[in-house]
Write a protein that binds this ligand. Structure first.
Ligand code: AMP
Ligand code: ZN
Length: 114
């Protein structure tokens, strides 16, 4: 747990948030500022800041993040209509929160990237 990290605080229960999925490896919440009809954040419980700094740890969590994406795409009813997964890294991507996380977007036609 990293002090002053909003995602670590959410997982620790310090910020009341609805969990769509939660286990000891990762958890899923709704984005507070959605850019699509369905906009979820899939977040590893371990605080990993940037993928490039911790390749070994990322290799372990990527399985958990994608497994959670499959589960919540089904529980949200968009496994057939489709969805987009996005991970922002560092400045050029506009990454706001320095705790690795994957966006899951769907529930509507998303159009081309960019
Ligand atoms: P990124 O730009 O990839 O770092 O994405 C961070 C995302 O976290 C943004 O889409 C924010 O809207 C979202 N966010 C920030 N604070 C919260 C929060 N307390 N609960 C849910 N989502 C949040
Ligand atoms: Zn964190």
């Amino acid at each position: 747990m990293e002090i002053d990290c909003i995602f670590c605080s959410i997982y620790a229960g310090e910020i009341p948030t609805e969990f769509l999925y939660r286990d000891d490896k990762c958890f899923v919440i709704r984005d507070i500022n959605p850019v699509a009809q369905i906009h979820l954040l899939i977040i590893p419980t371990n605080h990993i800041e940037y993928m490039n700094d911790s390749p070994d740890r990322v290799n372990v969590v990527v399985h958990d993040l994608f497994s959670a994406a499959i589960l919540v795409s089904e529980s949200e009813g968009i496994s057939e209509s489709g969805y987009r997964l996005v991970i922002n890294q560092k400045e050029d991507s506009g990454q706001e929160i320095r705790h690795l996380h994957m966006h899951l977007l769907g529930g509507e036609s998303l159009g081309p990237i960019g």
